[in-house]
Design a protein around this ligand. Structure first.
Ligand code: UD1
Length: 428
């Protein structure tokens, strides 16, 4: 069955799932990957100690730690989600391609390096295969703040003797460009106004972290962010927000298995559009101050959803809700508006017996009564979550390869799901 996993005689790791168990119980979600990575990068802005709490134990975090170390920073994992970072000895402004090429968020170090050292030479980032991921708006923001930027030989090389606050209006909403512009502007002379900025909770968390370091950012959580540059940023102790994407992934996985799961130490406010979509799909969801509970329901109803920047439906939850809708009682329509190749995982759901057709940015999902186990593969992090959810619901055995993607964003996935009653094992 696993001949496809034999590579030069080496058996790759895979997950083996025997589907059919209803997920049940309570689970504490980890800190948010998409908040932890930029906060780690922003630690470059100070030469004092930074202590971060609730850092998820996932490979993207290890990569960001290695990127910071490659620049001369000291990064230590202290256990139980604590991490210390000290960037007083940074001696290099150019992280290696071998690391930056592994994930898109690597590019987050560009703004902080430019702001603190007046120079950053960073390879174009790599990462999940979701489609084109240009950085033109990041580059434009650096230029508006006064940097000279050359994009050549696969590198973005930004240099500035002095940087000056300015108005930056993004032509479209970009989480990445908002992060980099904000992390540069906190340390430049004068006031910077970011218009049409991203409002994602992880952007809010980054701004709150920067303010805790001594930055002066207002308009946090709105689409107009105002930043008054300061000369110095200080060390800080800071706890990362809960992971809203994992919260949604566990809830959708519970729904597709006909289970009942409570996610604790999470913030339901971050998930309004997702929870509203789940309720439209007939799911009973109860929200407390810091938990979300999905109660067992008999059926999943078809829905129409369309991903868009926050507070819209998150692109990162699009795959897992699509997986859930494969067994809805009717036809659902899911439209992806952020990434042009985000439906690559659909072929894997088809292997499990799902009926889906994709045309341009829209996926039509005709609900089937049942999915059946099969060998499948994750091509990106969130596709991985979706495929795991579908395999948990499928009758019989599935094997899932592509764990290098799953492990980038899911902390201890097999033990979390085993605790909820799933029959899942990591092999190899
Ligand atoms: C995006 C998602 C984010 C998600 C992350 C990982 C949005 C708005 N962003 O963030 O929620 O967590 O992926 O899956 O939902 N773009 C440009 N030029 C640029 C930068 C971006 O054209 O310089 C385009 C991108 O191709 C994309 C859109 O703008 O179509 C949004 O990109 P952006 O938000 O920057 O991507 P990420 O930061 O990766």
């Amino acid at each position: 069955m696993l001949t496809e996993n034999l590579l030069l005689g080496v058996i790759l790791s895979y997950l083996k799932i025997v589907g059919g168990s209803h997920l049940r119980g309570e689970i504490e979600v980890s800190g948010a990957k998409n908040a932890a990575l930029p906060v780690m990068a922003a630690s470059i802005l100070t030469d004092e100690d930074v202590l971060l709490r609730r850092i998820p134990d996932i490979s993207d975090v290890w990569i960001m730690a290695d990127i910071l170390r490659s620049l001369g920073a000291k990064v230590a994992f202290e256990g139980k989600g604590d991490m210390t970072i000290n960037c007083s000895d940074i001696s290099c402004v150019s992280p290696p391609y071998e690391l930056v090429g592994k994930m898109n968020a690597s590019f987050d170090v560009t703004g902080p390096l430019l702001a603190r050292f007046g120079e950053a030479k960073v390879p174009l980032p790599g990462g999940c295969n979701l489609g084109s991921r240009p950085v033109d708006m990041h580059v434009e923001a650096f230029r508006i703040l006064g940097a000279e930027v050359v994009c050549q030989h696969g590198f973005v090389h930004a240099k500035a003797k002095t940087l000056q606050g300015n108005k930056i209006r993004f032509r479209r909403i970009s989480v990445g460009a908002t992060k980099n512009a904000m992390m540069t502007a906190v340390k430049v002379d004068g006031i910077t106004v970011l218009e049409n900025a991203a409002m994602e909770p992880e952007i809010v968390d980054l701004a709150v972290f920067l303010n805790a370091m001594g930055a002066r950012i207002t308009g946090i959580g709105s689409n107009t962010i105002v930043i008054e540059g300061v000369k110095k940023l200080s060390g800080v102790s800071y706890e990362i927000i809960p992971d809203r994407i994992l919260t949604g992934t566990y809830l959708a996985a519970a729904a597709v298995t006909g289970g009942s799961v409570t996610v604790i130490r999470t913030w339901p406010d971050f998930l309004e559009s997702f929870i509203s979509a789940m309720r439209s799909a007939g799911q009973k969801i109860i929200c407390g101050k810091d938990y979300v509970k999905l109660e067992k329901t008999e059926k999943i109803l078809p829905i129409e959803i369309s991903s868009s920047p926050h507070p819209g439906f998150p692109t990162d939850l699009q795959p897992v809700i699509t997986a859930m809708l494969t067994i809805a009682e009717g036809t659902s329509v899911v439209t992806e508006n952020i990434f042009d190749r985000r439906f690559m995982y659909v072929d894997e759901l088809r292997r499990l017996g799902a009926s889906l057709s994709v045309s341009d940015r829209t996926c039509i999902i005709r609900g089937v009564p049942k999915l059946f186990g099969a060998p499948v593969k994750a091509h990106d992090i969130r596709a991985g979550g979706a495929i795991i959810a579908a395999c948990l619901a499928a009758e019989g055995e599935s094997t899932i390869t592509g764990l290098e993607f799953i492990d980038r964003g899911h902390e201890k996935i097999e033990s979390v799901l085993s605790d909820l009653g799933a029959n899942i094992r990591r092999i190899g």
